[in-house]
Each structure stands twice: as C-alpha cells, then as structure tokens.
Design a protein around this ligand. Sequence first.
Ligand code: MN3
Length: 204
Amino acid sequence: MAFELPKLAYDYGALEPHVDALTMEIHHTKHHAAYTTNLNNALAGGEWENKKIEEILTSVSKLPVAVRNNGGGFYNHNLFWEIMSPTGGGQPSGDLAAAVNRYFGSFEKFKETFSSAAMTRFGSGWAWLIKSGQELKVVSTPNQDNPLMDIADVKGTPILGLDVWEHAYYLKYQNRRNDYVAAFWNVINWDEVGRKFEGLPAVR
Ligand code: MN3
C-alpha cells in the first residue's frame, strides 16, 4: 500500500485569518502531495515499501536521503494538519496541562520556549513539542527532519509541530515569521495534541 495524501478535516479557508486559504491549498495540494509522491517513488520495489512511516523514520539513517526528506515531509505535514483546527486556540487541559506545567513551569513559559524554537530555527525546518519517555521537551529540526528519526539530536514522539518553512507563511506574512508564529496559537487543536500525548490515534 502506497502512502496517500490525507484529506483535511476542514476547508482551506477555515483557519483564516491566522493561516490563509491560498497558503493552505498550495501547502496541501502541492507541497504535501509532492512529499507523498516522492516518498512512494523512493520506496517503490524496495524492502521498506510496505512498512509503517514511523518504522521508516526511526531507521532513516540506513535509507536514501530522498526517504529522509520526503518521508519526513509526509509525516510532518500529516501531523501539522491534525494539530490545527478552526475551533483551536486556548490551552491544553487534563494530563497534558499538568505535564506542561511540570516541565516548563507554566503554559506561558512553554509558549515562550516553543515560539523561540520556531523563531531561531535558521532557514527551513520545524519546531516541536515532543514526548521523550514521560518527559516533555521543545526542540527544533532542520528541513523535513523530525525527532522520530534516528539521526535527530534529541529523540522523542512529536505531539505538536510548527512548520517554519517560508512556504508555510510567506504569502500572508512575507518575512514576518514572528507574526505567523504568534498567529499559530489561535489554531492549535489542544484536544488532538492531548490525544497524541496519551498515545491515542488522531480523530479525523
Ligand atoms: Mn510545509
């Protein structure tokens, strides 16, 4: 079974004004679609062809660089669409809120740490909130790498991710990555982040 571009749970314009419709449409139908196609092409006919994406990423050092780039791009964008919602924003609740307070001191301190990771990632990449054992950590990775990969400096399971490639924000925000990062907090689907924290599958 080849990997498939997932459908979004909301319309391209649903995250307006925080993320604009044209950016969403190009991001999904062009960028994410290309990572998906290129991943399938890179795996076609090989021993990794029918493996789970998580299994591929945790062994990615053994695979061609096209798998690292496109497998990361496929996985990262799947997560990105899931952790945003037109009814997002606010703060986490329950066990996730308790863990955020425990590992960062407060939601506000977590927000500062995550925003700083997104702002200081030079060039293209991602900021992440990961579960590393029972611990929560904020990290960032270059290009389409992610913390599941065996080549990552800090490893863990991503539960929240922010795409800081220019293709994610340039049409609306141009060079103002800080405005894009600030707007992201209005669309975070904390229920979904909470499910990922608990190790539950995404609700689609
Ligand atoms: Mn992207």
